[in-house]
Design a protein around this ligand. Structure first.
Ligand code: TIU
Length: 220
């Protein structure tokens, strides 16, 4: 274990049994014409974390530690999309409609692809997920168990939606979760800040937060 500076107190990073989770760094949320745009967001804001994520990916790859990417998306027939999710929102474009990058939030469409700067390498798992949390209706839990993972370094977008939901799901399943402050981003800076504060409140009620450089330093 390597203790690394974190909040609310040091996080014990193991040499094995730790995985990097990169949540939903897909074109849908980062480029115009996708789901994030259709919801009325300034999608350019999320690009700030791309260089930091590249450094984290490089550090995990160098140590041959497991990396899991997720993408939020639905089957082409939308059979895995609850009616409530389908109807939610006031934008002109809904899930399944044809947007600027193919059908909005549908698996396999151009908008569903992970941005090229963060493209998964062969051997890295990409988990399609119909919900906000990465554990709901996916095989993530069994894959983590198979690999003996106990510690999760959590990154991606958006902090208060898919990232926070995933961290809460993971915490309830017993994982030691470390959210990377400069490798997660939101369309709303105040929601990002609130999320960072609430997950580490009450002595780390959901887990820890730290900066990417602390993890990279510990791994190198
Ligand atoms: N809307 C929003 O902030 N996020 C999502 O819908 N999905 C994810 O966070 N990935």
């Amino acid at each position: 274990m390597t203790p690394i500076p974190a909040l609310p107190y040091e996080y014990e990073l193991p040499e094995q049994g730790v995985a990097l989770i990169v949540i939903d760094m897909q074109r849908d949320f980062l480029e115009p014409g996708g789901f994030g745009d259709a919801l009325g967001n300034d999608v350019g804001l999320l690009r700030a974390i791309v260089p930091t994520l590249q450094q984290l990916l490089a550090a995990f790859r160098a140590k041959q530690l497991p990396i899991f990417h997720t993408v939020e998306g639905h089957q082409a027939d939308l059979s895995d999309c609850p009616k409530s999710k389908l109807l939610r929102g006031k934008g002109d474009l809904k899930i399944g409609d044809l947007g600027g990058m193919g059908r909005i939030l549908v698996l396999g469409e151009p908008g569903n692809g992970i941005i090229p700067e963060l493209a998964p390498l062969p051997g890295e798992v990409v988990i399609p997920k119909p919900g906000k949390g990465a554990f709901y209706a996916t095989n993530l839990a069994s894959l983590l168990e198979e690999k003996g993972i106990t510690h999760l370094v959590i990154t991606g977008v958006t902090t208060e939606v898919c990232v926070q939901t995933t961290m809460r799901e993971a915490n309830d399943r017993g994982y030691e979760c470390l959210l990377v402050e400069d490798a997660t981003e939101s369309y709303s800076p105040e929601f990002k800040q609130a999320t960072l504060e609430m997950v580490r409140a009450q002595g780390g009620i959901i887990g820890w937060t730290t900066k990417a450089e602390e993890i990279i330093k510990a791994l190198s």
